[in-house]
Design a protein around this ligand. Structure first.
Ligand SMILES: [Zn+2]
Length: 353
C-alpha cells in the first residue's frame, strides 16, 4: 500500500492551527527531563504546537519539530474529549484554549501511554474536568525516579543529586528542586505529572458520548507500564516509544532501556494483533499502517542479527559500527544521528550475553 501519501495527508489537513513558539522540547532518552514544562517566550526557539485531523473525530496534536516533536491524539465526542498524553504544561495550556475557542469543548479523560515525564507532564491543566487513566504500574512508577532518568542515579540512593544530573535535568535543576536541598527526590522529579484516578491491568475500554477507546497493556519494553490505545471506529492506534514509525529508536542507557529485542517483539505483537488501518506514534508527525509496525520489529531484528554476526566474526566495536550500516533504513528519521547509538548499544548488550 502506498503509505507515502497517507503520511503526508495528515500534515496537509491542518485545522484550528495557531502556532505558538516555545523554547525547547524534551527527548525520550532522558537527557531533557521536563525541559519544556513551562511556556517559553515567543521567538525563543523553533518549536510550535499544531493539531491535525486523522480520521473522523480523531486528531493528532503536539509539538511540531523536525523528527523529535512529541505527539498525542484526541477524540472529540458530543460529551467532551478523550485525550492521550498531555505531553507538558505549555502544550496542555495551548490545547485547552484551542479546544475551548475552536471546538467549544473540554477534556474529560486523559489516558497516559506511560510514565516518562516528557509525555506524561502537564495534565494538571485538565484536572478540573478530566479523569486520569493509566496502567497500574504507572501508579507505582510515579513514586520513583522515572526510568528514563534512573541511569543518572549513579550512587543508587533513589534521588538525583546536583552532581549526578545531566542534560536538561541539570539545566533545570534549580526549578525542579522545590525545597532547595540540592537533591531531586522522586516527588520533585514527578511533580509535573497529574496522578492517576483510574488504573487497569490488562485491558480497559473507555466510552464517552457514543465513542470509545480500547486500552491495551503490552509486555514490558521501553517501560513496564505501557498503554496502547485503539480507536475502533476510527481504525487508528496510538503507540509511544517502544514502537516507532519510520524513525530510529533512541537508546536510554544500554540497549533500548535494557529490554532485549525479543521483549520488543512481544510488545509489538500486541499492536500487530489489533484491527486498524492507521498508527500514530508519540514522536514526529509521521503516521503509518500495519506494515510499518512490522518494519520496526524487522529493524530491531536486523540490527541484532548483523551485530551478532559481527561479534561471531570477532569484530570490535569500531569495525562493527563501520560495517552495520543498516542501509535499508537510511531514509528513516534520525538515521544519521541514531544508527551508531543503536548499533553500539546492541553491541554492548550482546557482548554481555
Ligand atoms: Zn518513554
Amino acid at each position: 500500500m502506498d503509505i507515502t501519501n497517507r503520511k503526508f495527508l495528515a500534515t496537509l489537513k491542518l485545522v484550528g492551527l495557531s502556532l505558538i513558539l516555545v523554547g525547547c522540547s524534551a527527548t525520550e532518552d532522558g537527557s531533557r527531563i521536563e525541559a519544556s514544562d513551562a511556556p517559553q517566550p515567543p521567538g525563543s526557539g523553533g518549536v510550535s504546537y499544531g493539531m491535525t485531523n486523522i480520521e473522523g473525530a480523531l486528531y493528532r496534536a503536539g509539538i511540531v519539530s523536525g523528527g523529535g516533536g512529541h505527539t498525542t491524539v484526541l477524540l472529540m465526542t458530543p460529551e467532551g474529549v478523550i485525550l492521550a498524553d498531555p505531553i507538558n504544561h505549555g502544550f496542555s495550556e495551548w490545547l485547552k484554549a484551542e479546544l475551548a475557542e475552536q471546538f467549544n469543548t473540554q477534556v474529560e479523560y486523559v489516558i497516559y501511554s506511560h510514565h516518562h515525564p516528557d509525555h506524561a507532564s502537564g495534565g494538571s491543566t485538565f484536572a478540573d474536568t478530566a479523569t486520569f487513566v493509566g496502567h497500574e504500574n504507572m501508579a507505582v512508577n510515579i513514586t520513583k525516579i522515572p526510568s528514563n532518568a534512573a541511569p543518572m542515579d549513579s550512587n543508587g540512593n533513589g534521588s538525583i543529586e546536583r552532581e549526578e544530573a545531566t542534560g536538561g535535568t541539570a539545566n533545570n535543576f534549580d526549578r525542579s528542586d522545590a525545597n532547595g536541598d540540592g537533591t531531586l527526590s522522586p516527588a520533585e522529579l514527578n511533580a509535573t505529572i497529574q496522578p492517576l484516578d483510574l488504573t487497569y491491568r490488562d485491558q480497559l475500554t473507555i466510552s464517552l458520548g457514543g465513542s470509545s477507546v480500547e486500552i491495551y497493556h503490552t509486555p514490558p519494553a521501553h517501560s513496564d507500564d505501557m498503554s496502547v490505545l485503539l480507536f475502533p471506529a476510527e481504525r487508528t492506534v496510538f503507540a509511544v516509544d517502544f514502537l516507532q514509525i519510520n524513525r530510529l529508536p533512541g537508546g536510554l542507557t544500554g540497549f533500548l532501556a535494557g529490554y532485549p529485542v525479543e521483549d520488543y517483539g512481544a510488545a509489538i505483537s500486541v499492536v500487530s494483533a489489533l484491527d486498524f488501518d492507521t498508527i500514530v506514534q508519540g514522536h514526529s508527525e509521521v503516521i503509518g499502517d500495519k506494515s510499518d509496525v512490522d518494519a520496526f520489529a524487522q529493524l530491531l531484528r536486523t540490527a541484532e542479527s548483523e551485530v551478532a554476526a559481527a561479534l561471531t566474526n570477532g569484530r570490535g566495536l569500531e569495525e562493527t559500527l563501520e560495517s552495520v550500516m543498516l542501509p535499508e533504513y537510511s531514509d528513516w528519521l534520525l538515521y544519521e544521528t541514531r544508527r551508531e547509538a543503536l548499533v553500539s548499544d546492541m553491541y554492548r548488550f550482546l557482548s554481555q550475553q
